[in-house]
Design a binder for this molecule. Structure first.
Ligand code: SAM
Ligand code: 2KA
Ligand code: SF4
Ligand code: MG
Length: 236
């Protein structure tokens, strides 16, 4: 019986980011990550100091929670974290898909798993220089390969500054066929502190003006809609 390390399961809410923005979604957030991005907005699912808040759950227990939260009405389930690719979501995906649910997974692209091919959407979010992490491009390519022939694969890149922006352009050149979504980085990630809406819109405006001034017309530029609505509140 597969067990899953879970930081939180919440929803239904709307997907706040990227390709599925606005879509009603239940989130399954795993505990544990192989990265330590300097600006991670989900450290409660990364830092092992929080491990006592993580639950070891069977696939059945995770499925029951998703089913209850969604009232048994099929919707999109987003597997996020932490890095969900550390764990085995094959049985959960099979269970949910048999009942008409759709599955998306958010991962940085550092670990490939066979169950990627059973997803509906694989969101790869390679990390730019400000994160302090560096991308293993062979692992990233293995993630794309593992998804074949299955889900729609997209890229989502967080941008804080000029160096991140230039890096995103080089990644786009490397993977010209993957749909690309850009989102400005949120520097205020303390769940106890309010987020300043003006700061968020200024950062979005900066990114929009940069892309348009450059004549870079292939990516979509989006805010983190959930942060606009709820700040850094957890469970939304
Ligand atoms: C918390 S991560 C979990 C999934 C996986 N570890 C990853 O990074 O893709 C979910 C998404 O949030 C983004 N993210 C994390 N911290 C952020 C921040 N401070 N501002 C904007 N986006 C952020 C990540 O880049 C990723 O696309
Ligand atoms: N509403 C909402 N949308 C999201 N998109 C990506 C999220 C994540 O933390 O993975 C997230 C999240 O935590 N909430
Ligand atoms: S890879 Fe994702 S979850 Fe892990 S530290 Fe970076 S942003 Fe956070
Ligand atoms: Mg988030």
């Amino acid at each position: 019986m597969t067990r899953l390390r879970i930081a939180e399961i919440f929803g239904p809410t709307i997907q706040g980011e990227g390709a599925l923005i606005g879509e009603p979604t239940v989130f399954v957030r795993t505990g544990g990550c192989d990265y330590r991005c300097s600006w991670c907005d989900s450290m409660h699912a990364v830092d092992t100091a929080f491990r006592h808040d993580w639950a070891s759950m069977s696939t059945d227990a995770v499925w029951d929670r998703v089913h209850t939260l969604s009232g048994g009405r099929p919707l999109t389930v987003s597997l996020s974290g932490g890095n969900p690719a550390i764990q085995n979501f094959g049985p959960l995906i099979a269970r949910g898909r048999a009942e008409g649910y759709r599955f998306a997974c958010e991962t940085q692209g550092s670990i490939a798993k066979p169950w990627f091919s059973n997803l509906d959407t694989l969101v790869l979010s390679p990390k730019p220089p400000t994160s302090g992490e560096s991308v293993d491009w062979s692992a990233f390519a293995a993630c794309i390969d593992a998804a074949q022939p299955g889900p729609k694969v997209v890229m989502k890149i967080v941008i804080f500054d000029e160096a991140d922006y230039d890096w995103a352009r080089s990644v786009a050149d490397r993977y010209p066929t993957l749909p690309l979504y850009l989102q400005p980085g949120n520097a205020e990630v303390d769940p106890e502190l309010p987020v300043d809406p003006k700061t968020l819109s200024d950062r979005l405006l900066w990114l929009v003006e940069k892309v348009t001034a450059d004549g870079w017309f292939t990516p979509r530029v989006l805010p983190q809609l959930h942060v606009l609505l709820w700040g850094n509140k957890r469970g939304v």
